[in-house]
Write a protein that binds this ligand. Structure first.
Ligand SMILES: Cc1cc2nc3c(=O)[nH]c(=O)nc-3n(C[C@H](O)[C@H](O)[C@H](O)COP(=O)(O)OP(=O)(O)OC[C@H]3O[C@@H](n4cnc5c(N)ncnc54)[C@H](O)[C@@H]3O)c2cc1C
Ligand code: FES
Ligand code: FES
Length: 1257
């Protein structure tokens, strides 16, 4: 059992969250303290509770978020600061962040910014964009820096909280290490055994015991950090019946400095390894520590702190280089196969020696991964060269690559060829030609990216070549490498991020009790930071509750021939199975069209199609049983990528495109593919269903954006009227559209299983990713007619959206893409066509932006092509084509209060665009292998549901006789701060402080027939409904106010009550039916730097100017802007879903699917909410504009800045003009686009001649 399960299920300590169960998100971070018998001191480590076996914690103290502070008693400074700095939105990642910071401070109460950034390498957040978390925690750092920019205008503010009011950190107040554990820790160790249901865990106390046990149980598994074995057992269904835990054996923990190097016991953690090596580098002569430095550089990018704190340096770790190890050399023979070592079953690894280097020896290690931090390498390498004394003649050379085969590869022929050569251009050429021949990969190699991986071997060697050339120049006093080339030798480095946020001050004279327009904290933030906020799976278990696990299809398209539950029945604790035949009502479901089934009956149409479910006493038993249900299939050919289409096909036209093309000077055609995206809300889908025992009543606690739809479709499946089903949503740990429709199927299955007893299911991350679909991948094909000046005359664009196996919301998504096909540009003649493509993938669905970002991304692709074709700077072409006030869109909506021009000018100004442009050009002239790029991109985002009937909302407001107000509305809280804003609205409307108003939850029995919380429209719609309800109540209270003008709120309420006045009111709002109620606008500028040899990129600067009208709450709005921007950054530069040709999702967790992490924040980030911008179409005629979705597209500026940098790189190879760059602009795509002599040596295989590992969908 893991520590996390123990905490949550056995102890009921639910503050610690489950986000992935694979050590990849940090939501489960806790602090473990122990007396280290070898270091003879107490050590504190942040660890992932989801991987820590509870039996490995003997003698350890565990501190969780629940234990360091509560809202009612005393907050710990780390809890207070993340909340008050607006670093908690949905709050699901927050306890993990708190514990990472807490642990850092326990070890170092005055950390540097680098320490803080390092502490968060293993923590993910999908909401905030990380900036506010870092800013809040910067206040603990030695050096304080609160931003880039200070404004003298008193109407413009740039501080959203006052750090001087934070509770000071007082290390003397921390919980002490329990003395009884200290005493126990000092006692002589003894062997311990723990016997579980399937596993015997033995912790030997001496090396002799360990060796005896190993020879007694040769097949036993040694486990130290469990970061490898834990994953194998959870996700690969491996079972190790006997586990030996050698973590406390002194020989395996020792560190010895010898004449040859440093010897580390095999149980030394990577953290300890790093500390010892760092110390050695500081003390020893630099030539001796070449290997140490290379290892330290690699350790920076190895997993997160939580993993490094427990994991040892074995297996496929950084020790892929040739180190002497006892009697065995750790060369390519040491790893005979994938995850195999030369050790015999009865052998163990005792220690590992890392050697010193000598004079004339140079060593480098490189790792290229999709994401810089906490990611597995695409290609990794260690390179070692020894020169003949005082010369540049190679005496010995050893190159070793990971990622080019199941095991480490040493290109022996190349190494041999280079011996005796001088380290010059000729050697480089020979080495590259030879490596290109030797480092081959079959075109269908697992992991894909074959040309890229091959090119990397050459590119990394080239880096090594230049690095060594540089050192040789210094050591032998040769000519020093010129700057033009030397950038290729620089190690990846990013400055600590800094930022500024600008927003409008409230007008002078606004009452201090009126919170509208003030940056108040998310109302649940403190509870989220203490772990007291209750999410769906935190609801205590009912006494007779069961757990459900899904049985899903392993085939993309097949007839089901039979289902055999025989073996599954034998799993302990199994109670029942649910299949289609068990659904009492209708098996037909779907959020917009009834075109899918709750449970597949005769046919499956995607891998992950839900066929049935198992209920059992625990989640582990249910999951184990689900895995052994045998389904036999008659397989059909699946369609994975765009080929066949759903009806109807949507078109949108303005003007006469045929004439437009005739009138144009030039016509160009092109296409861009935009990959899909996984929502990766930190809280996966979860439902608890509780039958009421009479009249078919059932209560559902759900993490969903759509309470009413859940109610309706559950009622349909159960065959009861909707009035028997209550759906309740307290809060979600993120939604982003992913819980708008796809959550319903899980809730329905759980409800069907719960007709007799309460049933709970929280999907594991891999299940969630497999089953629920994500953002639609889009292919955009376009033809553009334009003048030589860059003015665009005509556009014909076609979108193909991969909808998956049901229509879900795809029609509206394609429609929204068409509504945004011209982005912010006035094109006289436009024709757009949108197809929903029917494939055997899980149904794709709503995702922040809802097709809009894809539509605009295609627009920016043709815009970029036109600029490149005309040879005019892209910002000029964009500017000249922008709409103006009063222009008509292709769907004939007049643009009113159009502020893009204003945003554009402010963005140019704040980002210092023109100066930056000059600096970029100068940089590019001076650097051959790193290039910078710059881009400025506008966005115009339509606000409203395009399905007109959804533009309605309700609210219910109760005033109680003590004056407190209970507010309910139709929207759900998923971190976006909707409840906070609604309280602000009610507070202003009723004229009472926010503290008198409370929102408990969203539920179908308080507000009926609600629309999903989506389309960025929830503040507008629900805000108006709340406002209307408050107005009704105010009118009822008015006579009592008039009668007693000096009375208090409570006086008026009481007077009305005794006068028998109804103090409950509902409010309702709808808006009228043009395509969009209004538009939100923004402009963003980004500067990036790319490494042309590896494709790695860093965002140096981003300025975002967003028109959110007159903000209801600048802190929440800026949080939305930054969070959406970072999600867009993931979409356009990083996140890639890989599907096998058979339609199976290969990327099912944070290990394989990378969302942006702390290290991906722009080095400088400036966010400005446009001031003095009116909008009379929203709440309070209040000039607010919706902000949830529109800023996501602002990240396109990073993509096009990358494209700009690639353009500069290509020009070095004589290439110019438009070129295709698909999204996301991953390191692979960047490298492949930067064509040069190395890419030429590694051409791709002819398409159609092989079966690729993954296909583009
Ligand atoms: C989120 C995450 C990120 C990761 N990132 C990286 C990364 O960037 N790079 C990378 O290479 N790996 C990475 N890994 C993989 C893993 O962390 C490493 O392989 C780690 O070194 C394993 O150490 P451990 O102590 O946790 O292993 P365990 O799971 O405890 O054991 C690993 C293996 O080593 C064997 N073993 C342990 N001790 C001995 C011994 N004394 N003698 C013989 N065999 C022994 C075990 O039997 C087992 O087969 C990552 C894992 C996770 C979960
Ligand atoms: S739940 Fe443990 S790291 Fe994600
Ligand atoms: S606040 Fe970090 S995941 Fe939601």
């Amino acid at each position: 059992m893991t520590l996390l399960t123990y905490l949550r299920r056995k102890l009921g300590l639910t503050g610690t969250k489950l986000g992935c169960a694979e050590g990849g998100c940090g939501a489960c971070t806790v602090m473990i303290s122990k007396f280290h018998p070898h270091l003879k001191c107490i050590v504190h480590h942040a660890v992932n509770a989801c991987l820590a076996p509870v039996c490995s914690l003997h003698h350890c103290a565990v501190i969780t978020v629940d234990g360091i502070g509560t809202v009612a008693s005393r907050l710990h400074p780390v809890q207070e600061r993340i909340a008050k700095a607006h670093g908690s939105q949905c709050g699901f990642c927050t306890p993990g962040m708190v514990m990472s910071m807490y642990t850092l401070l326990r070890n170092n109460p005055e950390p540097s910014m680098v320490d803080i950034e390092e502490a968060f390498q293993g923590n993910l957040c999908r909401c905030t964009g990380y900036r506010p978390i870092l800013e809040g925690y910067k206040t603990f750092a030695k050096v304080l820096d609160f931003g880039l920019w200070y404004c003298e205008d008193p109407t413009v503010l740039n501080q959203m909280y006052d750090p001087s009011k934070f509770i000071p950190l007082d290390p003397t107040q921390e919980v002490i290490f329990p003395p009884e554990l200290l005493n126990l820790g000092k006692q002589p160790p003894r062997q311990m055994k723990f016997k579980g249901e399937r596993v015997l865990w033995i912790q030997p106390s001496t090396l002799t015991e360990l060796l005896d046990l190993k020879s007694h149980y040769p097949e036993s598994k040694l486990v130290v950090g469990n970061t490898e074995v834990g994953i194998e057992m959870k996700f690969k269904n491996l079972l190790y019946p006997v586990i030996l835990a050698p973590a406390y054996i002194s020989e395996l923990n020792s560190v010895q400095h010898t004449k040859q190097g440093i010897v580390f016991g095999a149980a030394c953690t990577l953290t300890l390894l790093g500390e010892v090596l760092r110390d050695a580098v500081a003390k020893l002569p630099t030539y001796q520590t070449e290997v140490f430095k290379a290892i330290l550089e690699q350790l920076r990018w190895f997993a997160g702190k939580q993993i490094r704190n427990v994991a040892v340096c074995l297996e496929q770790t950084i020790i892929k280089y040739c180190f002497k190890f006892g009697a065995v050399l750790m060369d390519d023979n040491f790893f005979p196969g994938y995850r195999k070592t030369a050790l015999k079953p009865e052998e163990i690894l005792l220690s590992i020696e890392i050697p010193y280097t000598k004079k004339g020896q140079y060593f480098s290690a490189f790792k290229q991964s999709p994401r810089q931090e906490d990611d597995i390498a695409i290609v990794t390498c260690g390179m070692n060269v020894v020169f003949k004394e005082g010369s540049n003649i190679v005496e010995k050379i050893l190159l070793s690559f990971g990622g080019m085969a199941p095991t480490t590869v040493i290109p022996k022929t190349t190494c041999k060829k280079l011996i005796g050569s001088a380290w010059n251009e000729k050697l480089l050429e020979d080495a590259c030609a030879s490596l290109a021949e030797e480092m081959v990969l079959p075109p269908s190699a697992p992991g894909g990216m074959v040309p890229y991986r091959r090119t990397l071997t050459l590119s990394l060697f080239f880096k090594f070549y230049l690095t060594v050339k540089h050192y040789l120049a210094v050591d032998l006093q040769h000519e020093v490498l010129i700057r033009y080339y030397s950038s290729a030798t620089e190690l990846f480095h990013k400055d600590s991020p800094s930022s500024v946020q600008l927003f409008q001050a409230v007008p002078p004279g606004q009452s201090s009790e009126d919170f509208v327009g003030r940056p108040i904290m998310h109302l649940s933030a403190l509870k989220q930071a203490t772990g007291e906020a209750v999410y769906c799976d935190d609801i205590p278990c009912y006494e007779n509750e069961l757990h459900l696990a899904l049985i899903t299809s392993t085939k993309a398209h097949a007839h089901i021939l039979s289902i055999d539950t025989g073996e599954a029945m034998t799993v302990p604790g199994v109670v029942a199975f649910v299949f289609a035949k068990d659904i009492p009502g209708s098996n037909i479901t779907g959020p917009a069209f009834y075109d899918e089934s709750v449970l597949a009956e005769k046919m499956v149409t995607c891998v992950g199609h839900i066929v049935g479910a198992v209920v059992a006493d625990t989640q582990a038993h249910a999951q184990r049983a689900a895995k052994v249900v045998k389904i036999t299939y008659d397989e059909l050919k699946p369609i994975i990528s765009i080929q066949s289409f759903y009806q109807p096909v949507r078109t949108m036209k303005k003007g006469d495109t045929a004439q437009g093309f005739k009138d144009s000077d030039h016509i160009l055609e092109g296409e861009i593919h935009i990959g899909g995206q996984e929502h990766f809300y930190l809280e996966t889908n979860c439902t608890v269903a509780v039958p009421k025992g009479e009249d078919g009543e059932m209560e559902l606690f759900v993490s969903t954006q759509t309470a009413s739809k859940t109610q309706a479709l559950v009622a349909k499946a159960l065959g009861v009227p909707a009035n028997r089903i209550v759906c309740r949503v307290k809060r979600m740990g993120g939604g982003f559209g992913g819980k708008e429709s796809r959550s319903i199927i899980l809730s329905t299955v759980v409800a069907v299983a719960a007709m007799k007893r309460p049933v709970r299911c929280m999907l594991d991350r891999d299940e969630d990713m497999l089953v629920t679909g994500g953002r639609h991948p889009f292919l955009g094909r376009y033809k553009v007619g334009y003048m030589t000046s860059g003015k665009i005359i005509a556009l014909d664009v076609t979108f193909y959206a991969n909808a998956g196996n049901s229509k879900d919301l795809s029609f509206s998504i394609v429609e929204r893409a068409l509504f945004h096909m011209e982005n912010s540009y006035n094109i006289p003649h436009v024709c757009g066509t949108g197809y929903m493509c029917k494939t055997n993938l899980p149904s794709n669905t709503a995702f922040r932006g809802f097709g809009g970002p894809q539509g605009m991304m295609v627009a920016e692709s043709w815009m970029s092509d036109v600029a490149l074709a005309c040879g005019i700077p892209s910002y000029e072409v964009r500017r000249m084509n922008l709409y103006n006030e009063g222009d008509l869109t292709p769907f004939n909506q007049r643009l009113e209060q159009f502020t893009i021009g204003k945003c554009w000018e402010e963005c140019l100004d704040i980002s210092n665009y023109m100066k930056r442009q000059g600096a970029v050009e100068e940089f590019n002239r001076q650097h051959r292998w790193t290039k910078r790029g710059l881009s400025i991109i506008p966005t115009k985002f339509g606000i409203s549901f395009t399905s007109v009937f959804l533009n309605q909302a309700g609210a219910l407001v109760h005033i109680y006789t003590d004056g407190s107000v209970l507010l309910t509305h139709g929207g759900t809280e998923m971190g976006q701060g909707l409840h906070t804003k609604m309280v602000q609205v009610a507070s202003r409307a009723l004229g009472i402080p926010c503290s008198k108003i409370f929102i408990s939850e969203t539920s179908t029995n308080t507000v009926a027939n609600t629309s999903p919380t989506a389309a960025s429209a929830s503040s507008d719609l629900n805000g108006m409904a709340v406002y209307n309800a408050c107005q009704t109540l105010l009118q009822r209270l008015e006579p009592y106010k008039v009668k007693n003008p000096k009375g208090s709120w409570e006086d008026w309420v009481n007077a009305a009550y005794f006068d028998r006045v109804n103090l409950s009111a509902n409010g309702f709002y709808n808006n009228s039916g043009r395509a969009f109620n209004y538009f939100s606008y923004g402009v963003s500028c980004s500067e990036v730097e790319i490494d042309c040899l590896t494709g790695r990129q860093k965002t140096l600067h981003t300025t975002i100017v967003m028109d959110v009208g007159k903000s209801l709450n600048p802190a929440i709005d800026i949080g939305q802007v930054e969070g959406a921007f970072m999600q867009g950054l993931g979409l356009f530069t990083l996140e890639e879903l890989h599907y096998s040709p058979q339609g199976s999702l290969l990327t099912r967790g944070p290990g394989m699917y990378k969302i942006p992490a702390f290290g991906d924040i722009p080095v400088e980030l400036q966010v400005s909410l446009l001031r003095d911008s009116p909008n009379d179409k929203a709440i309070f005629s209040s000039k607010v504009r919706a902000v949830g979705e529109p800023p996501l597209f602002m990240a396109a500026s990073v993509f096009y800045a990358i494209k700009d940098a690639i353009t500069a790189a290509r020009s070095e190879s004589g290439l110019s003009g438009p070129f295709r760059l698909d999204s996301p602009a991953t390191s692979e795509r960047i490298r492949n686009a930067c064509e040069d002599r190395f890419t030429k040596l590694c051409p791709p295989a002819e398409p159609g001649t092989y079966t690729p590992w993954a296909v583009r969908v």
